[in-house]
Design a protein around this ligand. Sequence first.
Ligand code: HEM
Length: 343
Amino acid sequence: MAKLNAAAVLPLCVVLAFLAGQSAAGRYYSDPVQNKVRTEVEKAIAYNPSVGPALVRLVFHDCWVNGCDGSVLLDKTPTDGTNTEKKAVQNIGLAGFEVIDTIKQKVGVATSCADILVFAGRDAADILSAGNIFYTLTGGRKDGVSSSASFADANLPAPTFGVDALKNNFAAPGHGFTTEELVVLSGAHSIGVAHLSSYQDRLGADATPIDPDFQAALIKVTPPDLLKKGQNPTVPNNARDASSAFRKDAAYDPVALGVNPKRGVLDNSYYHNNLVNKVLFESDWVLRTDGEAAGKLQEYRDNATAWNLDFIDAMKKLSGLRAQGKTLEIRKNCRLTNQQYYY
Ligand code: HEM
């Protein structure tokens, strides 16, 4: 057999290290469970790209309410009946549940729904950011047995929140997030969609400052009167991801703004948009009114890498919020508790 010299071994190692990161071969992580999650998330996003943002949002909406305990996935519990977190006003549009169900089928009973959820959200963030946002996570989370719509609404921030309410919500016991982390995590609104009801307050004459062309473009595609007719359509969170016609109406030129024009990418474009008043929610815009938050908006607009790194840290911290419930288990079915009664 031919001897390998050092000059030949080094490039070989580089190639092998590269291959080790290729999920197609099922070798993305050293943990086989996390590899299975990864494979399923890739398939799900390839089939339906809107699932990617939904999985990222699920991490926030699960971990913010009683810690990362999979409670957002429950359809029914012994104490809450069917009035679970899914029914909360602030959980409008939540999706991705079928992907979690499919993954649960693949990984089996030993892995908690809470672990699956944070792994899937992590993989979605990696895929949507083209590998710029990647972090490692360990397992061991357990699933809760309660899930209350009103408790979720009491804990999740509303898009109509002012900056003090947002800061208090992030700093609250059980959360413990700084103003900087609030600004960092809000950057997730570079992806996904929102319902008209979530930004209707931005379409009136007395709205918090919003670019007039952007506002007119929103009113054109989603006239607020639709709500009275029982319709609640969606638009992309990011003008970058809207149709060319919308971008023209909104005078939104990603290139002129310094934004990568590729649609659907999780990146720092949110900060470019916010600083020209082209963001959907009041809770996005109000970050401009706080000295510290405004400074961070500028920093992340100007330094994409700094945002990637800080977003990684904040998502890891979010995914590590401990489950608060007294009774914890590993659910067999992510939508149902294992027992009908708990003593
Ligand atoms: C700071 C407070 C936040 C508020 C007030 C807020 C509010 C909202 C609202 C109202 C929507 C649209 C829901 C709809 O109408 O369908 C939304 C979408 C979304 N949010 Fe947030 N959010 C916040 C923070 C976060 C955080 C921390 C993350 C993730 C780390 C996040 C990720 C997302 C994503 C990815 C979407 C799009 C989901 C999809 O397309 O399925 N948000 N958010």
